[in-house]
Structure formats: C-alpha cells, structure tokens
Design a protein around this ligand. Structure first.
Ligand code: AMP
Length: 217
C-alpha cells in the first residue's frame, strides 16, 4: 500500500484537486479536515474538543490527529491520498515511523504552491456542500453553483465553513507559516517530491498533478 501527500496552504485548491485525483486514480481520499469536521458534527469526544480549535483556525494537537489517521490507515489495502495531513514536522515524522512499521510506502509528495496574496479571497468566497458524502466545493465568484446556495451535484444546501472567515483565515495562515517550512524541509530533498504551480485555472493544475501522478506514482 502506498500513501501520497498533497501539501499546500489553506485555499490552495488541495481539496478540489484531491477529489479529482482520487477519482481518476482510484485512491482513498483522506482529508483530516473532513475527518475532524465529521467528528465535530457527530459530537464525538474528539469532535467536542476540536470544535473551538478548528473554528479559531488553530491546529488540532498532533497526537489526536495522528491517532485518527493511523486508526484509519491500519487495515487499508488501497493506495491513499492525504489532503491536509501531515501539517507539522511531528506529524510527518510520526507518519514515517507508522509507514515503516506497517511496511507501507510513501509515494508522491506534491506541493501546490500559491502566492499568499490570492489565498484569502479564495477561502472567504468558498462554499461547500453540506452533505459530507458529496463535499463538492464552490466559490461565490469563480465557481458559483447553477442555483444560488444549492449543490449542483446532489441538491443539498451549500454552507460557509465557520473557519472560512477573514479572521479565522489569518489565524490559519499564521499556523501555516509557522509549521510549513520545517515540514517542507522534511520532504523537499526527496526524489518523490514535486512542487506544482497552483496559481492557475483548476483544470490546468489538475492536468499537471495527474501527469505527475501518471509518471511517478
Ligand atoms: P482543512 O479542511 O484541511 O482546511 O482543515 C480544517 C481545520 O482542521 C484546520 O484549520 C485545523 O484546525 C484542523 N486540521 C485539519 N488537518 C489537520 C492536521 N493535519 N493537523 C492539525 N489540525 C488539522
């Protein structure tokens, strides 16, 4: 079993691209943000602890996130694409240990690079399908749904994530800035690392990612 990683700041389009990649290459999509939001909506013990942290744009602690991920990976046989994990050097190191203990392999690490200046508008205008099983992602200006507030794919209402406000975004960027460089340092020198220009139309970014995947995964 192989795990692949999509890195990138909030608003880089990782979630949108991950959904397309998993379809095209028959991967399991593991978004720690989705797993945590699901725990929040089900009011599990972890969800109750994570709710306020997530709403403020801070990171949930490494031990909790690693525990959720490893439980999910434990018996996985299909290749996996991570979206939003690892987020810290500690998570990357723990993942590395977990993979080698299980005999799993680290595949591609793809970093979707987007300049800071365009991220806030992407995040604040983002709307997501409230049906977790669908999870389609829209933008009020660049990708509006056909009918206002309604998902094109499944007809469920769209929602504005509570951490997609300008204030929470700034806190998420602060977290990102303080954790990303060490994380990048962990992967950048490896021959499975690829940086991808994410400041282009989504279809073009997808074309690059899927080509990279075909060539190297
Ligand atoms: P995302 O959907 O990836 O933007 O994540 C939404 C929020 O979930 C983040 O702002 C964090 O509060 C939390 N979260 C998601 N993934 C992680 C992670 N790998 N480590 C810590 N917190 C995370």
């Amino acid at each position: 079993m192989k795990v692949h990683i999509l890195l990138g700041p909030p608003g880089s389009g990782k979630g949108t691209q991950a959904k397309r990649l998993v379809q095209q290459f028959s991967l399991i999509h593991l978004s720690t943000g989705d797993i945590l939001r699901d725990a929040v909506s089900k009011e599990t013990e972890i969800g109750l602890r994570a709710k306020a942290i997530m709403a403020s744009g801070k990171l949930v602690d490494d031990q909790t996130v690693n525990g959720l991920v490893f439980a999910r990976l434990q018996n996985e046989t299909q290749d996996v694409l991570f979206d939003g994990y690892p987020r810290t050097l500690q998570q990357a190191e723990a993942l590395e240990d977990f993979l080698s203990a299980k005999g799993f392999v680290l595949g591609l690490v793809m970093n979707v690079e987007v300049p800071d200046g365009v991220l806030e508008a992407r995040v604040v205008g983002r709307r997501v399908c409230s049906n977790n099983a669908c999870g389609a992602i829209y933008h009020v200006e660049t990708k509006p749904p056909k009918q206002d507030g309604v998902c094109d794919l499944c007809g469920s209402p769209l929602k504005h994530r509570s951490d997609d406000t300008a204030e929470a975004f700034r806190s998420r960027m602060d977290e990102f800035d303080s954790t990303f460089q060490p994380l990048l340092g962990f992967y950048r020198g490896r021959d499975t690392y690829r940086a991808v220009d994410g400041n282009r139309a989504p279809d073009m970014v997808f074309e690059t990612l899927s080509r990279t995947f075909k060539e190297h995964a």
